[in-house]
Design a binder for this molecule. Structure first.
Ligand code: 3MF
Ligand code: MG
Ligand code: MG
Length: 412
């Protein structure tokens, strides 16, 4: 192939994307409760060892592009859109008004707001630091975010306490830090109750998001299970207002099965919001787009969520790779992520309707019939042949994932 000069490269990407086919229309995409974060589209590719590879993108452009793609909901940190120094000032009011206008003009809704409590120097010792001034500031920030959320018509507030921890051992008392963190959440919930009553709106759903590693060395609430324990610890004044925003990769990172983590949240009635992405076990938070690494696991996650009637948002919390250009973010990265999600969602429906999986599952539950249930050998013998169905179900799931159940085969 001849070299492709820079001015022809976008056209090549567009043509090959078109050739991939299988794209859903913006109208079809909008039927899903899929939200696009401001920070995901605006991510410039920077990291500790990485200079940015993309130009900055403001909220007007992100909202407009999401609308074109068919992503119906938008989410943001307070400081993604409002400079730290402008928080709580008239300038904030002006920016929020501009956001409302951009959302209205493009037919998007803001579903979630979140407070950035990890980037600025003020959070060096976490939002629940020893100093009361830091904690008062944290309370101001989360209350202010609740107000922004109500202004923008959001239903959810998310909290990622990524800096709630320490670098060196013994410097903090963990129990105190957790109490102080709870105090900030309590302040947010109490302000929410006041603002919601004043505006005649329901209160927000406050969702905690865990991550096991980074940016702090040791993290006090590293998993969704730790969050569940924290919610029922007695430290929160409104535990009924607080649930979870698990992130797929955050659960995978520590070696968990994300689907099992989601199941534990479901049985507690706390699975309210879900950050969708992909990546690898025991590595850092690479935030690859949904289904690019673990499509089979993703199919199974969606089977679980569909079968339990999860109806919260699917928040596209991933980072377009540094190798993707500004053009590619909206031409390839977001539309392809949304379409893979929709395909996996539809496949999950096929799994739930599949007569083979259905019969195999029912047979496993029916078991082998009457037996002396104090006799281990007899119980094992009575079920032995049925248990082969576990592997048969796994085979069937892969058939559905690869389209083999529709007659596709790979013999040459
Ligand atoms: C970090 C994250 C965060 C959270 C966000 C909460 C930057 O790993 O996943 O995204 O999702 O702060 O909304
Ligand atoms: Mg996240
Ligand atoms: Mg992540």
């Amino acid at each position: 192939m001849n070299p492709v000069p820079p001015r022809q490269q976008q056209a090549l990407v567009a043509r090959l994307m078109q050739a991939c086919g299988g794209a859903h229309s913006p109208q079809a995409r909008r039927k899903y409760f899929i939200s696009g974060p401001q920070w995901a589209a605006a991510y410039q590719g920077q990291a500790l060892f990485h200079a940015p590879t993309r130009e900055p993108v403001g909220f007007e452009e992100v909202i407009r592009r999401y609308a074109e793609i068919g992503i119906g909901y938008w989410t943001t940190h307070d400081t993604d859109v409002i400079p730290t120094s402008a928080l709580g000032t008239d300038q904030q009011g002006e920016i929020v008004a501009r956001i409302r206008q951009a959302l209205d003009e493009n037919g998007l809704r803001c579903s979630m707001v979140t407070t950035e409590t990890f980037y600025h120097a003020v959070w060096a010792a976490s939002p629940a630091a020893e100093s009361a001034s830091v904690r008062d500031y944290a309370a101001f920030r989360v209350r202010n975010t609740v107000e922004i959320g109500h202004e923008l018509g959001a239903q959810y507030a998310v909290y990622w306490p990524g800096s709630l921890g320490y670098y060196v051992q013994g410097a903090i008392d963990e129990t105190e830090t957790l109490q102080w963190y709870a105090a900030a959440l309590n302040a947010a919930c109490e302000r929410d109750i006041e603002v919601a009553a004043k505006k005649g709106r329901p209160t927000l759903k406050h969702c905690l998001e865990a991550k096991p590693f980074e940016p702090q060395a040791e993290i006090l609430l590293p998993t969704s299970d730790a969050m569940l324990a924290f919610i029922s610890s007695g430290l929160l004044t409104h535990p009924e207002m607080v649930g979870l925003n698990p992130e797929y990769l955050h659960e995978l990172m520590w070696g968990s099965a994300p689907r099992a983590a989601l199941a534990r949240a479901l049985v507690c009635g706390k699975l309210w919001h879900f950050d969708i992405n992909d990546g690898y076990r025991l590595k850092h938070d690479v935030d690859i787009a949904v289904g690019l690494v673990n499509p089979l696991d993703w199919l199974n996650v969606l089977v679980l969520l569909r079968s339990h009637g999860y109806n919260g948002p699917f928040n596209l919390d991933y980072k377009p790779p540094r190798t993707t250009s500004n053009y590619g973010v909206f031409a390839v990265s977001f539309p392809s992520a949304v379409d893979r999600f929709i395909t996996l969602w539809e496949m999950a429906g096929e799994v739930l309707a599949d007569p083979i999986i259905h019969e195999a599952t029912e047979a496993l539950k029916a078991g082998g019939g009457p037996v002396d249930t104090r006799d281990a050998e007899a119980v094992a013998a009575s079920n032995r042949e049925l248990l082969t169905l576990h592997e048969l179900i796994a085979h069937r799931l892969v058939q559905i994932l690869l389209g083999l159940h529709r007659g596709r085969s790979y013999s040459v």
